[in-house]
Design a binder for this molecule. Structure first.
Ligand code: SF4
Length: 321
């Protein structure tokens, strides 16, 4: 099978499906093709993001995978605003270790202008050292997005999560189209975009392909691919994840790299579970990860993440200018 090796050669939906259906023992050529693109556009560095959950729980939405949703009975900590000490402490860590980005997540879908003003105030403080900041947040009004832009926020995360067809199976309190419209508005006013999905929620391979084609249209700077961590107390707690073999997860990341070669391809939630022992291969494809856990789930510590990257033959440090 032919694999595209630059940003100008695109693949069809059928070819994308063929990639997801490749025999596991035919993977080496696919990985090498992804690696060539990764090296060409991203060098040898693994970008590390640190994630702070600024607002946790009590969301009005019913996203099936999410511990913070209105339907979730997961015993998570719930708060309206994380303590400043934690937020600024995390930001200091990002600066001290020259990590790529501080990502901040807020549960919820709509926000009062006063909440956005307080967030903007905190962003202004954190931007004093020039930290790159990304905010994962629901639907903003154009005015609210402008307020955050003026505060210096660089990037916004808003995931498509899956295909348009499958989306109603995981969420019925808002629509896929609202997500697309929100991303278009954010892009129009000049934000960098971070948008990706979750694999393993019961979707078909066609759904994965369709989601990646939707993402290709949006062309985000960053594409986080999460692999489902079924959280106790959520609707997907008992979801069968046996199809999430390392080989399948690798194929999904390779396809994302081939289709969006210049974007950051982030192996997000699930890295520590599904890629354990496969980090050398993982970093040949993905150039971006989180350290120190996810919104409501733990993860690999910062120090252990540094070691994992170095042992795999990659670097997390800024490459010399
Ligand atoms: S994913 Fe976001 S919008 Fe959906 S339930 Fe969780 S916090 Fe709410």
């Amino acid at each position: 099978m032919f694999f595209p090796l630059d940003e100008n050669t695109s693949i069809t939906k059928n070819e994308a499906l063929e990639i997801l259906n490749l025999q596991d023992n035919d993977l080496s050529k696919l990985i090498e093709a992804a690696y060539q693109l990764r090296t060409k556009y991203k060098g040898n560095r693994v970008n590390i993001q640190l994630l702070t959950n600024v607002r946790s729980g009590n969301c009005t939405q019913n996203c099936a995978y999410c511990a913070q949703s209105r339907d979730s009975e997961a015993p998570i900590e719930k708060y309206r605003y994380v303590e400043d000490k934690k937020l600024y402490g995390d930001n200091d860590l990002v600066d001290e270790f020259h990590l790529s980005r501080h990502c901040i997540g807020l549960s919820g879908i709509h926000f009062a202008d006063s909440d956005i003003e307080s967030l903007a105030e905190r962003i202004r403080k954190m931007k004093k050292n020039g930290t790159q900041i990304c905010c994962s947040i629901g639907f903003l009004t154009e005015h609210q997005a402008q307020v955050l832009k003026e505060a210096g926020l660089n990037r916004i995360n808003h995931n498509l999560n899956s295909s348009r067809r499958f989306y109603p199976s995981i969420c019925t309190t808002h629509t896929y189209q609202e997500r697309i419209d929100n991303l278009r508005m954010l892009k129009r006013i000049g934000f960098e975009i971070c948008s990706g999905g979750i694999i393993g929620m019961g979707e078909t391979k066609e759904d994965v392909v369709d989601m990646l084609f939707e993402l290709k249209e949006i062309n985000p700077e960053s594409v986080p691919i999460n692999f489902l961590l079924p959280v106790k107390g959520t609707r997907l707690a008992e979801r069968d994840i046996s199809a999430l073999t390392p080989e399948y997860c690798i194929k999904v990341l390779c396809l994302a790299r081939l289709m969006l070669p210049k974007s950051d391809i982030r192996c997000a939630a699930g890295r520590e579970v599904y890629f354990k022992g496969h980090e050398k291969t993982l970093f040949k494809i993905a150039d971006s990860i989180f350290a120190s856990g996810y919104l409501t789930e733990g993860g690999q510590s910062l120090e252990a993440t540094f070691r994992t990257i170095e042992e795999a033959g990659f670097t997390w440090q800024v490459e010399s200018a």
